[in-house]
Design a protein around this ligand. Structure first.
Ligand SMILES: Cc1cc2nc3c(=O)[nH]c(=O)nc-3n(C[C@H](O)[C@H](O)[C@H](O)COP(=O)(O)O)c2cc1C
Length: 196
């Protein structure tokens, strides 16, 4: 069984269309019987962002290479997963600050990445990250879309080879029924699940 870490940043919880799409994808994975899925619900974590005191604590621990401190739990869990699934809505051209806070907690030199004379290199075990998102408007392929593009860059930074985005767009425009748009995205989810 491969270990899948599901990072849930669907702030609206069960009302979230992004969560509905993510659940469909995770269900496809479950049905294959090949994965053990562990959910990390960011809304339940009370995760700190890096403010002054928090930053200095981190600096002191990293200087001692003390990676056993509980604050590095998120980075260890991420680095050790076989596969990663992240779900977050498109907010303010990217995603909720809660997801950025999580990423801040993941970026620990010595756990999720390393550095040498050539630069930084990822040290995460996972070979595939899937990002599930939904957008109110249409931004696919636009330079203004900075959610999926950012996650793809982070994926590369962490040393994760494959990246896919499962997206449903135009949900708040009213041009087409939301259910129809979501069903189309679910077809893509099925295809990604087959080659996860
Ligand atoms: C705080 C906030 C910011 C948003 N920003 C954008 C945006 O920049 N562009 C956009 O197209 N939709 C934006 N939306 C709409 C959401 O992307 C859209 O409703 C999405 O489907 C919400 O996902 P959810 O149902 O999983 O919560 C925003 C919604 C909220 C609540």
């Amino acid at each position: 069984m491969e270990k899948v870490l599901f990072v849930n940043c669907c702030i609206r919880r069960e009302e979230s269309r992004t969560k509905k799409l993510a659940d469909f994808f995770l269900n496809e994975l479950e049905q294959s019987g090949s994965y053990e899925i562990k959910e990390l619900c960011l809304m339940d974590e009370g995760m700190p962002y890096m403010s002054e005191g928090n930053f200095h604590q981190r600096d002191a621990l990293l200087a001692k290479k003390d990676f056993s401190h509980p604050r590095f739990y998120y980075a260890h869990a991420f680095a050790n997963a076989d596969k990663i699934v992240v779900a977050a809505p498109f907010w303010d051209l990217s995603f909720p600050a809660l997801l950025k806070t999580y990423i801040e907690n993941l970026c620990v030199e010595g756990i999720t990445f390393g550095c040498n004379e050539q630069g930084c290199f990822g040290t995460c075990k996972a070979d595939h990250m899937v990002y599930v998102t939904t957008r109110g408007g249409f931004y696919e392929g636009s330079h203004m879309e900075m959610g999926s593009r950012y996650m793809k860059a982070m994926c590369e930074f962490f040393g994760i080879e494959k990246y896919d985005c499962i997206v449903a767009e135009g949900l708040d425009i009213g041009l087409r029924p939301v259910d129809v748009i979501l069903e189309e995205a679910m077809e893509k989810a099925k295809e990604v699940a087959k080659r996860f």
